[in-house]
Design a protein around this ligand. Structure first.
Ligand code: PMP
Length: 441
């Protein structure tokens, strides 16, 4: 064991010179590079290509991919069924200014898989999906506020980018959290239109919701699969609170098809009024969707005049995306989930053993095939425990994992497996993590 942090960074710099060149170039024309969530010091990796569970970067280094494009690439890279669906679609054209028919197959598949969905509309990102779900909830209920959870992320629009990762000293008491703006530049009244709830505390949820029930349109719940795992009885209690107070329940399923064939709501045995989707259902392309009870979704129907909640979008329901998404869902059988879920549990158990062996406090959590690694001895169940985790070792561990050929997320949160991943890949990851811990502790 040793304090080899500068050695790890030196090795990273030495073996990623093309990534560094690319980053130096791109940041001159794009502030901070391509997007917020990929960045880490000293510079992020530029990837060249992917195949199955593997990635190769601009310097020719090979990785086993445990990021899978923010969890969206559930089949890994260049899956033949997805390639075939895309090729077929490309032959017909890319975007023809009218339905090309294949969105209906995707919509029928979603309705078949998820019991709570009567109908669905497609858009281009999870952000758009939650934006439209909130509008629908407001218009349907005639009420204006929404309740969301502290630490819950639902994308980049004003009504939800609140109390996502607030500084704890500005966030009020743990059991009665305050609304804190997530980013600068938000509209002036956004904080007044959101009520914040704590995860893992059904009594506080019931108390806060019943205080505000007269003005709340919905409870928006991200069950936080693989990030802040929630008790089933807590999720059930939130659903009961929504029903009891006559509020709509909106499930953010944007990471949902990582647990089972019917999404995370099936796993929890809950039928929400509305659900939002993205990531996996686009087969690697930009996508979003909101779906649910027909009497609510009906508000978007403009076929006999104007809709009460108009939703469109140049590329919404894009034929290529629908084709890739449907081909992806077709691969996601119960057997596929069983393979990925058992490997992810094996991985988390292995990581836990490495923490114990090296004698450093840490934990690995998963729901289905999404997993996160935290440096803490606490049970991570709500935002406040998450905020207390030690982050000093995150960067050196990430760089060491990259040096060893394992692609992990920049903060070790929301990593995921893909279907081609094998037991040797998982055991290799665990060994590499043990070596990384030894290097830095
Ligand atoms: N909700 C959840 C739970 C998410 O994880 C994300 C994206 N990570 C979003 C919403 C936003 O989706 P998108 O990035 O497609 O806008």
């Amino acid at each position: 064991m040793g304090h080899n942090i500068s050695e790890i960074e030196k090795r990273y710099r030495d073996t990623h010179s093309n990534s560094q060149l690319h980053f130096d170039r791109v940041r001159k024309v794009m502030p901070g590079g391509v997007k917020g969530a990929y960045h880490h010091l000293p510079f992020p990796i530029t990837m060249d290509r992917g195949q199955g569970q593997y990635l190769w970067d601009a310097d020719g280094n090979r990785y086993i991919d445990f990021v899978n494009h923010h969890s969206a690439q559930v089949l890994g890279h260049k899956h033949p069924a997805v390639r075939e669906a895309i090729d077929k679609q490309l032959d017909r054209g890319i975007a023809l200014g009218a339905s090309m028919g294949n969105e209906v197959e995707m919509a029928e598949e979603m309705c078949r898989r998820v019991k709570s969905i009567d109908s669905i509309r497609f858009c281009n990102s999870g952000t758009e999906a939650t934006l439209h779900a909130v509008r629908l909830a407001r218009e349907f209920s005639g009420k204006t506020k929404i309740a969301k959870f502290e630490g819950g992320y639902h994308g980049n629009h004003d009504s939800v980018e609140i109390s996502v990762a607030p500084p704890v000293d500005a966030a009020g008491p743990e059991h009665a959290p305050l609304a804190v703006a997530g980013v600068g530049g938000m509209g002036p009244s956004v904080l007044d239109s959101v009520v914040i709830l704590p995860y893992d505390d059904e009594f506080a949820v019931e108390r806060i919701v019943s205080e505000h029930a007269g003005e709340l349109a919905c409870i928006m719940l991200d069950p936080k699969a693989g990030i802040i795992p929630q008790r089933r009885d807590f999720i059930q209690a939130v659903a009961d609170t929504a029903r009891k107070n006559n509020l709509l329940l909106v499930f953010d399923e944007i990471v949902g098809f990582r647990v089972g064939t019917g999404g995370i709501q099936q796993y929890h045995g809950i039928e929400p009024d509305l659900s939002t989707y993205a990531k996996i259902i686009g087969g690697g392309f930009p996508v979003g969707a909101f779906a649910g009870r027909s009497d609510i979704m009906q508000l978007t129907d403009n076929s006999s005049g104007s809709a009460r909640v108009f939703q469109s979008g140049t590329h919404s329901g894009h034929a290529l995306v629908m084709a890739a998404g449907k081909a992806t869902l077709d691969q996601l059988t119960s057997e596929a989930f069983a393979h990925m879920n058992s490997l992810t549990s094996r991985l988390c158990e292995g990581i836990q053993k490495e923490f114990d062996r090296v004698g450093f406090p840490g934990t690995a959590v998963n729901d289905g095939s999404v997993f996160s690694i935290y440096f803490t001895q606490e049970d991570v169940r709500n935002y406040r425990t998450l905020a207390r985790c030690n982050r000093d070792l995150t960067l050196p561990i990430v760089l060491s994992m990259l040096n060893q050929g394992y692609f992990v997320s920049h903060n070790l949160v929301m990593n995921s497996l893909s279907l081609p991943t094998q037991v040797e890949d998982v055991d290799g990851f665990v060994n590499a993590f043990g070596s990384a811990l030894e290097e830095v502790v």
